[in-house]
Design a protein. Structure first.
Length: 437
């Protein structure tokens, strides 16, 4: 069979000759590329298991994580304090990613994933144990949450790279979003209902306890994921070396990731908190998440199914632009109605932004054999850039709310931070056209 020279060569951890002679790696990679058309878009059993573990992790966090900010707010009505909690979480997460990179590269990455899930369970155990005193230990709680997220996501992202390729990556990301949205449909609504029905103390204890059980189930199922082989030695400062190279696309991509994280760092906690402040009801927050997650579920399914590599640039621009447009109703008033308009709009269009963004970055990692072999270091680079953006966004948030919490100030702050999606698209637009189907 004559090899198709027009097709880009694709590498992943499963296809780097880990089980063949090192002298035959090039031939093996080429053979895989020739056979890709018959496998296009398919997810194997390992990918499906990874989706299940991620779904359980998302469900447990959806049950309780949505209400952590509210829990802290009820103890002390202080935007800045919640900002500091979030800042500590992201700083610890970034450090954990960098340090855990060596473990994932040279030792058992599946144990890293399992411990990440376990530490998440420890976080909710601590919140249960501390109760109302949690507000006095927000720094330590933020550190525990940062460690859990860092350990889980570095292992998850590396394994995700290994079990996918550019032909099924959009589909996998669509399923991640779809399952995450599915978890978000019922879990926060159930949590809000239980808190309102049983009262704060019993309600919060129950939902945190249920999350513990789901985390344990996630750890058990993770043992069905096969142990990944290790290869190579961890390069501690690859991110710095890579970003110093003028010809590398990673300089543009890193800036795009910083812009993406800039929005995530604040909107990740602020919108839910604003819903609670506007309604003074956990049940209303649960309803809000239920409605927006239902829309997001459909949107992620469509994005994962229909966004192909050649459509990524246009899709991401539409998603990035609409993510800014839906913030504008806040300038009328920030109440439950405008927050719901924002939530519905973001849920509808944001998958068009995130699916191409995630897929393209991981395609870049797999575009060369050298970078695929150093996938752990490049995953760390990606996460360091995201967390740098999150830290910058949260620092701006803390600075502004410490100065004023007037409605206009909050509205302008949300618009400025939310507009970073367009900055992200600007730096990504060249890379979005590199790999075509």
């Amino acid at each position: 069979m004559q090899k198709d020279r027009s097709r880009p060569r694709i590498y992943s951890g499963e296809r780097l000759g880990q089980s063949i002679s090192p002298y035959d790696k090039e031939a093996s990679s080429a053979a895989v590329n020739d056979n890709l058309p018959s496998l296009k878009g398919k997810l194997d059993a390992q990918a499906i298991l990874l989706l299940i573990v991620n779904a359980l992790f998302s469900t447990a966090n959806a049950l309780s994580g949505t209400f952590v900010g509210v829990y802290l707010w009820k103890a002390k009505n202080d935007y800045a304090l919640i900002g500091w909690f979030t800042l500590v979480t992201h700083l610890t997460m970034a450090l954990t990613f960098w340090l855990a990179g060596k473990w994932v590269k040279e030792h058992n990455k599946m144990n890293c994933l399992r411990i990440g899930v376990s530490v998440s369970a420890v976080f909710y155990m601590l919140v249960l144990w501390l109760g109302a005193n949690s507000i006095h230990y927000f720094v330590w709680l933020g550190m525990v949450q940062g460690v859990s997220s860092g350990l889980f996501w570095i292992a998850f992202n590396v394994v995700y790279f290994e079990v996918t390729d550019p032909y099924n990556r959009d589909r996998f990301n669509g399923w991640v979003g779809l399952l995450g949205s599915g978890a978000g449909i019922l879990a926060p609504w159930i949590s809000g209902f239980l808190i309102v029905s049983l009262g704060d103390m019993v309600g919060y204890r129950l939902i945190f306890s249920i999350s513990l059980g789901i985390f344990v189930l996630g750890v058990i199922i993770s043992f069905f994921l096969k142990k990944r082989k290790t290869q190579g030695t961890y390069e501690w400062f690859l991110a710095i070396r890579c970003l110093r190279q003028k010809e590398t696309p990673w300089r543009r991509v890193a800036l795009a990731l910083v812009a993406q994280g800039f929005r995530e760092g604040v909107f990740g906690f602020m919108i839910g908190l604003l819903v609670y402040i506007s309604t003074s009801s956990e049940a209303s927050l649960g309803n809000f998440v239920l409605i927006t997650s239902a829309v997001s579920l459909v949107s992620f399914w469509i994005a994962g199914r229909y966004i192909k590599p050649k459509f990524r640039k246009t899709a991401m621009f539409i998603g990035a632009a609409m993510a800014v447009v839906v913030i504008l109703p806040f300038f009328w008033v920030i109440d439950y109605r405008t927050l719901l308009i924002f939530g519905l709009g973001a849920s509808l269009f944001f998958p068009m932004y995130t699916v191409p963004m995630v897929s393209t970055v991981f395609d870049l990692i797999g575009s060369k054999e050298d970078s695929a072999k150093q996938r752990e270091e490049y995953v760390v680079l990606r996460e360091l850039a995201l967390n740098a953006g999150r830290v910058c966004g949260v620092l701006l948030f803390i600075a502004v709310v410490s100065w004023s919490t007037a409605p206009l100030v909050i509205q302008v702050l949300l618009l400025v931070i939310g507009s970073s999606t367009l900055v992200s698209w600007f730096f990504m637009k060249k890379q979005l056209t590199v790999i075509k189907s």
